[in-house]
Design a protein around this ligand. Structure first.
Ligand code: AMP
Length: 566
C-alpha cells in the first residue's frame, strides 16, 4: 500500500493556500496535493479542503457544536471554559484558540506526536475516521464519546495541525477554497477537461468521487459516472425576472407553469422504495408518509428521480401559508396526526431519471412528456399544466390565475433547456408580485441589552462567493423581532456559535434568513462592498441550505438593475 499522508502535510498545504492571494496559484497548489495523496485519501482530502468532512448530499454530519468543542478543549488543557473563551476573544479564531490553549499546557513537555516523529504521526485518514466515529454516535453517551474523540485528536497533533482539526471540526475551515477551485484543481491534476469535471459533479454531487474517478480513469472514468438512486442531486434553481417582457425576450417561446407556494421535494423511487429529500438534501421520508404513499400508488415508473413542490392545503384545496408546509417537513413525532391536520399536495414539475436512464440532458418539454406518462394525477399528487407560449398577455392570464388560486406567481422556463443541478440561470425565471427578497446566511449576532440580555439579536447577514467559498457581509437585520421569535432564534443559534467577543458572536453559517430591503447600496463597511438599506426578516428559511445563499454576483446584478430602473 502506498504511504499514508500525514495530517501535518495537509495542514502545511492549508497554510500555504491561505497565504496565497491568487486563485490560479491556489489551484496549482491544490492540484499538487491531489496528485500526491493515495487513492483512498483523495476523496477525503477533496472534501477537507472545502471545509467539509462528508459530501454535501450525505446525511452524515460531524455535529460538533461550540459547547462540545469548548468542553473537549477544557478537558484536554485543564483550563476553564471561561479561560478558553478569553483566548478566543483575543485570537478571534477557533483554530488559533485551540492550538494556543494546548500549547500552554504542553509547553516543555513535548507530548505532541509530531515531535516523536515518523510513524506516530496522525494521518489524514485517521482524522477522518475520528470524525466519522463522532458522526456515528447518537443518543445517550454520545456527547462524552464526541468529546473523547476530540481529545484524542488534540493529544495526537502538533499546534498547527490542531488549528486545522479544530476548524474542520466546527465547520469553519475557510481557507478560501470553494467548488470552483477544486473543480479546476481536479482538471489540472488529472489532465481532464474542466467541463467533464463539472458535468460529473452535477450528476454525482460529490467532488470527492469525481476526483477519485478522474485519478483512476481520466475522462473515460468521468463519463461513466451518472445519477444514482438515493444519492440526491442539487436542485435546479430559478432567477428573478424583472418583467414578463424581459423573460420572453430572453427565452422566446416559453414553458410557463404556476409557481406553487410550498416546499421543494426530490423524490427517488426504486421499485417499492420511495425516498424523499428536502431542498437541503436532507432525507425527509419519515416526515411525509402520505407523499410516500402517493408516489407508490401513482407513479408507474419502476425507478425514477422526480422534482416537485409539496404544498399544504386547506379543506377547500387552497394553499395554506408557507409556514404550514414547513411544519410537516420538520416533524419527528405525531407524524400521522400532523399529516391529517395539514394535508399536502405534491405538484411534480420535472423528472431527471427514469428506469435506468439519466434524463437531465433532455430538453425540458421532452422530460415533461415522460413525467406526464408515468404519473396518474389525483388529489394528492399531480403534474400540472405546462403552457407553451410567446404571448405576454397569455402569460399574464396564467399569472393572474395562479395568484387567484393562492399561489406565488409563475415560472417561465426555457422549453429546450436541460436540468442543471445546483444552477441558478436564465433557463428558469420566476415572476412574483412581491418585491424581491434575498436569501442570506446569518454569520453573526449580538447579545441584547436590558430585558433582552439573554437573547441573540441584530443578526449579521452575508452573501456567498462561490469561487472562494467565503461568506461576505452585506448588513444586519435587527428590528421587528418579537420576544418569542428572539427566544426561538437564540435557541437555534446558540449551538452554532464559533466565537464570542463582548456581546458579539460569530456563528457558523447554517441558517438562512429571507430578507426584504429597500435598496442595495455600495458600502465600504461590509466585506461584500455592498450594504442593504432597511433590511427586515421575512422568513427563517429552514428549508433552504447554504447553497441557496445569494452569490456576490447576484447582489452586484441587483445593484446594477436597480440603478438602471432608477
Ligand atoms: P424561490 O424559492 O423564490 O427561489 O423560487 C424557486 C422555488 O420555487 C423552487 O425552488 C421551488 O421550490 C418553487 N417552485 C414552485 N413551483 C415551481 C415550478 N413550477 N417549477 C420550479 N420551481 C417551483
Amino acid at each position: 500500500m502506498a504511504n499514508m499522508t500525514s495530517f501535518r502535510e495537509f495542514s502545511q498545504v492549508c497554510r500555504l493556500i491561505e497565504n496565497t492571494p491568487g486563485s490560479l496559484d491556489m489551484t496549482t497548489i491544490l492540484a499538487e496535493l491531489l496528485l500526491r495523496v493515495t487513492p483512498e485519501e483523495l476523496p477525503v482530502v477533496t472534501h477537507f479542503v472545502m471545509g467539509e468532512v462528508f459530501p454535501a448530499w450525505s446525511s452524515e454530519e460531524v455535529g460538533i457544536g461550540a459547547g462540545i468543542f469548548y468542553t473537549a478543549l477544557a478537558k484536554s488543557t485543564g483550563l476553564n471554559i471561561s479561560d478558553i473563551k478569553e483566548i478566543l476573544r483575543d485570537t478571534g479564531d477557533i483554530g488559533k484558540t485551540a492550538s494556543r490553549a494546548l500549547k500552554k499546557v504542553t509547553s516543555g513537555q513535548s507530548t505532541f506526536s509530531s515531535f516523536l516523529g515518523g510513524s506516530n504521526e496522525l494521518s489524514i485518514l485517521e482524522v477522518f475516521e475520528r470524525f466519522w466515529s463522532i458522526s456515528r454516535t447518537s443518543g445517550k453517551g454520545s456527547q462524552a464519546n464526541k468529546i473523547k474523540n476530540l481529545q484524542y485528536l488534540f493529544s495526537s497533533a502538533s499546534p498547527q495541525e490542531i488549528s486545522y482539526i479544530s476548524r474542520l471540526a466546527v465547520g469553519e475551515l475557510r481557507i478560501g477554497v470553494g467548488e470552483g477551485i477544486v473543480r479546476d484543481a481536479i482538471s489540472e491534476a488529472f489532465d481532464v477537461p474542466v467541463k467533464d469535471v463539472e458535468r460529473s459533479f452535477m450528476l454525482t454531487n460529490d467532488l470527492g468521487l469525481v476526483a477519485a474517478s478522474a485519478h483512476k480513469g481520466g475522462k473515460d472514468a468521468l463519463s461513466s459516472l451518472g445519477l444514482e438512486l438515493n444519492r440526491p442531486i442539487r436542485m435546479m434553481l430559478a432567477q428573478v425576472t424583472p418583467s414578463l417582457d424581459v423573460a420572453l425576450s430572453d427565452i422566446g417561446t416559453a414553458a410557463v407553469e404556476w409557481k406553487f407556494d410550498g416546499a421543494r421535494v426530490q423524490i427517488h423511487k426504486q421499485g417499492g422504495n420511495v425516498t424523499l429529500f428536502s431542498r437541503k438534501l436532507e432525507n425527509i421520508t419519515e416526515s411525509l408518509p402520505d407523499i410516500v404513499e402517493a408516489v407508490k400508488n401513482n407513479v408507474s415508473a419502476d425507478s425514477a428521480i422526480l422534482d416537485g413542490e409539496a404544498v399544504a392545503i386547506d379543506e377547500h384545496g387552497r394553499p395554506r401559508a408557507f409556514q404550514e408546509t414547513l411544519k410537516r417537513f420538520r416533524r419527528k413525532y405525531d407524524i400521522d396526526i400532523t399529516a391529517r391536520e395539514i394535508p399536502l399536495v405534491l405538484n411534480l414539475f420535472d423528472i431527471m431519471y427514469l428506469n435506468g436512464e439519466d434524463l437531465i440532458e433532455l430538453p425540458l418539454v421532452q422530460r415533461r412528456e415522460k413525467l406526464k406518462e408515468c404519473v396518474a394525477n389525483d388529489e394528492r399528487i399531480r403534474v400540472d399544466t405546462l403552457y407553451l407560449t410567446d404571448d405576454p398577455e397569455k402569460i399574464l392570464n396564467i399569472y393572474n390565475d395562479a395568484l387567484r388560486a393562492g399561489h406565488e406567481g409563475v415560472m417561465i422556463k426555457n422549453p429546450d433547456s436541460p436540468y442543471s443541478p445546483g444552477k441558478r440561470g436564465k433557463n428558469w425565471l420566476k415572476k412574483k408580485p412581491v418585491m424581491e427578497t434575498l436569501d442570506l446566511a446569518v454569520i453573526g449576532a449580538e447579545w441584547g441589552y436590558g430585558r433582552r440580555t439573554s437573547f441573540l439579536g441584530s443578526y449579521a447577514l452575508a452573501c456567498h462567493d462561490p469561487d472562494t467559498g467565503l461568506f461576505l457581509p452585506v448588513g444586519r437585520v435587527a428590528t421587528g423581532f418579537s420576544d418569542e421569535q428572539l427566544s426561538e432564534l437564540t435557541g437555534m443559534f446558540k449551538d452554532l456559535i464559533v466565537m464570542e467577543s463582548g456581546t458579539q458572536v460569530e456563528v457558523r453559517p447554517e441558517i438562512i434568513f429571507e430578507v426584504a430591503f429597500e435598496e442595495i447600496q455600495k458600502s465600504t463597511n461590509y466585506g461584500s462592498g455592498y450594504a442593504l438599506r432597511f433590511p427586515r426578516l421575512v422568513n427563517v428559511r429552514i428549508d433552504k441550505s447554504i447553497e441557496d445563499v445569494e452569490t456576490i454576483g447576484r447582489i452586484e446584478e441587483l445593484y446594477l438593475m436597480q440603478r438602471q430602473s432608477n
